[in-house]
Design a protein around this ligand. Structure first.
Ligand code: PMT
Length: 401
C-alpha cells in the first residue's frame, strides 16, 4: 500500500522521536519514498544522520530551509511533494502553532505550504497533555478535516509518570498512513459500523474447547480501515492476541468467547448499526455437555455428542431494517462462489465475501487475503491477493457503492 508513495515525516522535539526511527525504517524497507525533516529541538533527541540513513535521503532541518541547488524554498518543494505528512512526536509547542496557523520553522512552514492529509501523533507528559490550553488547541486543530489524529495512549512515560501521553506505536502509525494513502477523506464519517472478528470457542470443560484457527486479523483490519475513514466502529471479538487489539485503541471492543455470547453482543449493538460485517469464524457446533471441573483423561468421551449453536448472521438477517446493510463472509475451499451465493441467500445478507481458505497467503492467520465479493443484485468484484488492510478498504468501497 505504500510502495513508491511519497511520505513526509516531521519530527518534533520529544523522546518518542526514537520510535519514529522504526516507522521510517519500515516504510523505506517496504518501498515508500520517505523524506524526513526535524525541528531544532528534535535534533537534541535524534540526529538528521539517523533519519538520512534510515530513509536513504538527506534529512532536512531549519538549516536547509532554502535549497541552494534547486533555487526553490524547501518548504514549498516538500509541501508540493508530499502525498501524506506524518508529524510525530507532535509536541505541545508545535500543536499550538498549527492550531493558530503559525509558522516559524521548516516543519510548520511546510504544513502551511502543503495540502495533503496530515497525521498527528502527539506525545508529551500527562500534565502537559491535559492542560486546558493544549486540549483547546487540539480540539481546534481537529475541526480542520485535513488533520487526522492518533490520540496518545496511557502507560509509563519517559518522565516516570503513569498516565496519558504515550505516542501511538509504530504499527498503528503505519496502518493509519496506509489508510490515508488509500482514502484521504473521512468518507465514512457519520456511519456506525458493527464488526465481528476471531474464532469463537465452545468449551467441553475449563481447558478444552472446539475452535478454529481464526486470529481476528481480518476483522481487526476492517476495524482499522473503517475507523481511519471516520466511521464509529464497534468490534465484537472472540479471543484475539493483545498485540493485534493494540492496533485499534480507539475502537469500542466487546470481548466474547462462545457463539452464544457473540450472538448476545451482536444483537444488542445491531439496532444502531448502519453496516454490519460478520468476519468472525463462528463455531457451528458445541459439545452437548459442559463439565465445570477439568475432566480427567480417562473420563473423556471416545465420541463427543454435539449440539448446534445459533447462526448469528442469519438471525440478524431476519431482524434487518431496510436502511441497514448486512455483509457476511464465506470461508470456502474449492469452488468459492456457488456456496457463498447459497449462504448469502439462506442467511438474508446484502452481500458476501467469498474467501478462499485453501490457497497460500489467504484466509486464516495469514497477513494477506483475497476474495470475490458478491451482492444480491448480482454484482461481483474480485479482490486480488493483498494485505488484509487493503482488502478491508476494498470491502468498504464495495458496501459504500
Ligand atoms: O481471523 P483471520 O485469521 O484473519 O482469518 C480470517 C477468516 C478466514 C476467519 C475470515 O476471512 C472469514 O472467512 N470469516 C468467516 C468464517 C466463517 O465462519 O465462514 P462460514 O462460511 O462458516 O460462515 C458464513 C457466515 O456465517 C460468516 O459470516 C460467519 O460469521 C456466519 N456464521 C457462521 C456460523 C454461525 N453459527 N453463525 C454465524 O453468524
Amino acid at each position: 500500500m505504500v510502495k513508491h508513495r511519497r511520505i513526509l515525516v516531521g519530527i518534533g522535539g520529544g523522546i518518542a522521536a526514537y520510535k519514529v526511527c522504526e516507522v521510517v525504517s519500515t516504510l523505506a524497507k517496504t518501498g515508500a519514498e520517505v523524506r524526513v525533516l526535524l525541528t531544532h529541538s528534535a535534533q537534541q533527541f535524534v540526529s538528521p544522520l539517523t533519519f538520512a540513513t534510515l530513509s536513504r535521503h538527506p534529512a532536512d532541518t531549519d538549516d536547509t530551509f532554502w535549497n541552494p541547488q534547486q533555487g526553490r524554498p524547501r518548504h514549498i518543494e516538500l509541501g508540493e511533494w508530499a502525498e501524506v505528512f506524518l508529524i510525530a512526536p507532535l509536541t505541545a509547542n508545535t500543536l499550538g502553532k498549527l492550531a493558530h496557523g503559525l509558522a516559524d520553522n521548516l516543519l510548520t512552514n511546510t504544513v502551511l505550504a502543503s495540502t495533503c492529509p496530515v497525521l498527528l501523533a502527539p506525545a508529551m507528559n500527562t500534565d502537559m497533555w491535559e492542560q486546558v490550553a493544549v486540549q483547546r488547541n487540539w480540539q481546534q486543530l481537529l475541526t480542520d478535516s485535513r488533520y487526522h489524529s492518533l490520540n496518545p495512549g496511557a502507560g509509563i512515560l519517559a518522565c516516570d509518570r503513569i498516565g496519558k501521553g504515550r505516542m501511538a506505536e509504530p504499527p498503528e502509525i503505519i496502518a493509519h498512513l496506509q489508510s490515508l494513502l488509500y482514502q484521504p477523506q473521512r468518507d465514512l464519517q457519520g456511519k456506525t459500523i458493527l464488526l465481528s472478528a476471531g474464532g469463537t470457542r465452545e468449551y467441553l470443560d475449563p481447558v478444552r474447547f472446539i475452535g478454529n484457527p481464526s486470529t481476528g486479523k481480518m476483522g481487526i483490519a476492517l476495524a482499522q480501515a473503517a475507523q481511519h475513514r471516520g466511521a464509529t466502529v464497534t468490534l465484537v471479538h472472540a479471543p484475539i492476541e493483545d498485540h493485534l487489539l493494540a492496533l485499534i485503541p480507539e475502537v469500542r471492543r466487546v470481548p466474547v468467547t462462545s457463539a452464544a455470547e457473540m450472538q448476545r453482543a451482536m444483537l444488542s449493538h445491531f439496532p444502531l448499526a448502519d453496516w454490519t460485517i460478520m468476519a468472525a469464524a463462528v463455531a457451528d457446533v458445541s459439545p452437548a455437555t459442559y463439565s465445570s471441573e477439568k475432566l480427567p483423561k480417562r473420563s473423556l468421551p471416545t465420541q463427543l455428542p454435539l449440539a448446534s449453536v445459533p447462526d448469528i448472521v442469519a438471525d440478524l438477517g431476519q431482524r434487518k431494517q431496510p436502511h441497514q446493510r448486512l455483509i457476511g463472509f464465506a470461508a470456502q475451499t474449492g469452488d468459492i462462489v456457488a456456496p457463498a451465493l447459497e449462504k448469502m441467500q439462506r442467511k438474508g445478507l446484502d452481500a458476501i465475501v467469498a474467501n478462499p481458505v485453501d490457497l497460500p497467503n489467504s484466509g486464516f492467520g495469514s497477513e494477506q487475503n483475497q476474495a470475490i465479493v458478491l451482492d444480491k443484485q448480482g454484482k461481483k468484484v474480485a479482490i486480488a491477493p493483498c494485505s488484509k488492510l487493503l482488502m478491508a478498504h476494498q470491502i468498504l468501497d464495495f458496501v459504500k457503492s
